[in-house]
Design a protein around this ligand. Sequence first.
Ligand code: PMP
Length: 391
Amino acid sequence: MSRAVSARIDGIVESMSEFVKVISEEDLDLQDLDEYCNFFAGNPQEMASREYVEVLQRWAEPLDKDWYGYKMSHRPAQEAAAEGLSKELGIEFDPGDILLARGAHGALGAALAAVVDPGDEVIFISPPWFFYEAMILGVGAIPVKTKVTPANYDLDLEAIAQAITPRTRMILLNTPHNPTGRIFPAESLKGLAALLEEASEANGRPVYILSDEAYSRILFDGNVMVTPASFYPRSLLVHTYSKSALAPGQRLGFLALPPDMPDKVEMQMAVMAVGAATGNWLPDAIMQYALPEIEAMSVDIAGLQSRRDRMVAALREQGYELHVPEATFYLLVKSPIADDAEFARRLRKDKVLVLPGTALDMPGYFRISLTATDDMVDRALPVFARAMEES
Ligand code: PMP
């Protein structure tokens, strides 16, 4: 192992330890979850739709000898993604500024490696996605954590202002936010843009926003997506079809550069160079061909929303404390006992799987994924009620 990696590996493992601990508990065999009510992760709990499967089957059939040859970005895929994103965000994206990637994870990795130097600081917002800290450490940078405001899960601009130093290179945020379901409001993003303009000026080097918008299409109650790119041109936007098509094993996403980003051509080149240098290259050929049709698909948002409403009402009735998420797949619930891992183990005894908040830097809470089936909800609600009575 390289000295650089061995110097960092403890930090990387440490940054993921709570998550790794949760998924490696002896009695939780991820291969054998069929009899569980599975609220653990944003994974599908039903068979993939026939529509999705047929699209992949159709594009698997080669139409010419180059079908399965090495591929650069497939232009129709970039065009379809640019059109979809332009409609979604109200910003006109150029197809050439859609840099196809292997899901949000691939796009995040490419953006970090293209922008951040070893020793730079990257501010990230907590609760974070599991791998942010590991990914920042992985490019030799220093993760700097700031928490959302506890009262309403908004960006804490004061905390962010205090975290900014001359070494700050990037702020990594996720909106709509997993696990709180918050869409960071335009006012907060404008405030953030002002802070970063000031910091870029003071540092003599631009600070970038890396905006993980994985859940931008999982919106409830007619809410609209707000992107920091509307207020800050040095925003790199991460998008994925893992959520909207609910097939995260088929890796497909992209990094989008806003039309007014300064030095955009250099950024495109940097992302390409990173792909070449790291092997974090493009999505597989079939996924690229299928993108325009996958772009048009959506999980059943109305179904997710009614599951949300049913669970929020039932859990509150049972005495649980939780807010109503504006977006995403998740409910964030206060654990009736302080030890959320213990409470998750209690639920697991009755075959109900939730994610303990400690795995997300939210001790005292647990997360429920609404990708579970209605039948799982039927079976799980009495278990939640019993666990509340016992605690
Ligand atoms: N970011 C967030 C906030 C996520 O919740 C997830 C998936 N759970 C990802 C990124 C990774 O998405 P992908 O499967 O597209 O890599």
